[in-house]
Design a protein around this ligand. Sequence first.
Ligand code: LLP
Length: 425
Amino acid sequence: MTAPKLPGHPHIAYQGDELFIENVRLSDLARQYGTPLFVYSKAAMLSALAAYQRGFAGRKVQICYAMKANSSLGVLQVFAQAGCGFDIVSGGELERVLAAGGEAKRVIFSGVGKTRAEMRRALEAGIGCFNVESEAELEVLNDVALAMHQRAPVSIRVNPNVDPKTHPYISTGLKGNKFGIAHERTLATYQRAASLPGLQVVGIDCHIGSQITQEEPYLDAMDRVLDLVETIEAAGIPLHHIDFGGGLGIDYNDDTPPAADALWAKLLAKLDARGFGGRQLMIEPGRSLVGNAGVCLTEVMYLKPGEQKNFCIVDAAMNDLPRPAMYQAFHRIVPLTSRPATSTLYDVVGPICESGDWIGRDRSLAVAPGDLLAVLSAGAYCMSMASNYNTRGRAAEVLIDMNQVHLIRVRENPADTFSHERLPT
Ligand code: LLP
């Protein structure tokens, strides 16, 4: 077997038979830090960001990294130092931004269920904007801001009712979703917001879904949002910024999403044609900045041949990599050392006591116990969704910056997993 090619994974490649991330051999990291281990390439994150920056050259834009994709402090620091803002969805995420050196004024706060305490803390920190998702939330935010003698900057998330053609769990801009304000209610909601003394209307936002691999849903959503901007401004409510959310997909397995700069060339042409080219813009990309910058290393523990299926049991599991179990998602799995041997078809599974604990199905692998594998495209929505199910400590994480290896998260041990629990006395 020759070493597989890894298109869509800049900075992750075989040198001879050995898989490297930047200048570091992954099998060395697995031996030093143990497995399962998440490894991220700083250069890959910055080159994903650069594609957006190229696309927006000469424009007024704030890129707010949607940190739910990967909220590890070391990853946040990379984006904060590169000048990004952050899209947050909880008070916890705000504390992470501040701990990583991000600036509160570049934070936008999304989410349908912000608590009063979260609103207060965000106002106190001085965040840039609340992306409000319901009429009821507007009233509560107004109360909280007035009690603090402040005016909360708000944008209203509108639901453009566009099908992003992705997995139903990660579609968010359709009428049946819990997110945003319906198109028909938008003007009335803006009028209410503009009348509330504790609020300052600053923008409009939308986010139609995630892992979007086509341009059309974005172009359709933009048209619908711009129609609304015209209506709202005609009613005498100026909007300082327009936020088009995140959602751009990555290549997991022969997926062909548009490149960020190519997509934005088309979207900006539309904005220009409709006379909004000079407007302050915002975007909230998550997965497309980090997804293909990370891998999860895992060791083959046992091979279990069966009548119907052969199982390759590895030491990573659905608590580390929840996407296959949750969305039947596909992640490529490749060896850290490519060997010329015959392959067998395996289901790659973890040690958790559930049939849903699989990482890849029907994968052709030439493996033996003790071999090391890399699960690709593991930079987004893996560690940030990891759990302690089966009292498994969460994995360690390292960030690679050329030759430098930074341990950015220490592996949890069993005592860490129950350190917040108390025995009733
Ligand atoms: N903005 C808002 C308001 C969002 O809800 C999201 C993601 C984003 C931005 C970033 O979207 P991205 O650029 O990453 O597609 N756990 C799922 C994905 C959930 C996405 C939730 N919202 C997965 O593993 O596929």
